[in-house]
Structures are given as structure tokens and as C-alpha cells.
Design a protein around this ligand. Sequence first.
Ligand code: SF4
Length: 63
Amino acid sequence: MKSIEVDLSDCKLCDVCVAACPAVFRINDAGYIEVAELDEYPDAEVEDAIKNCPADCIRWADS
Ligand code: SF4
């Protein structure tokens, strides 16, 4: 199954992914990016987030 990984050690908390794909990315109470676990991801929006992440730290992963 497809999932999404964010390398938090590189994440700059710039909010770009949240703006691009709020259904998947959010900043949690601890102040880190959190990825929603969904059966189906909005591919185009996730690709937008991946493409525009300035730290290049979002990627698809097989879970
Ligand atoms: S776009 Fe990348 S660097 Fe910015 S908050 Fe999201 S994961 Fe972090």
C-alpha cells in the first residue's frame, strides 16, 4: 500500500505542503509535520507538495 514519508530532520516547517495538500499534511500539536493515513491519497496535490517542498523531504513509500 502506498504511504507518504516526511524526513522530519530536514523539514523546515515552511507550511508549503500543508497549503498544497491540507487533506494529508498538517502541523501537529508538537509542532511537526504529520501525514494523514488514508486509503486513497489525492495524488496531484501530494505531487504538488513533493515538488514544492524546499527541503525535498517528502516522498512516496511502500508500506
Ligand atoms: S513542504 Fe517540506 S519543508 Fe515545508 S513543511 Fe512540508 S515537509 Fe516541511
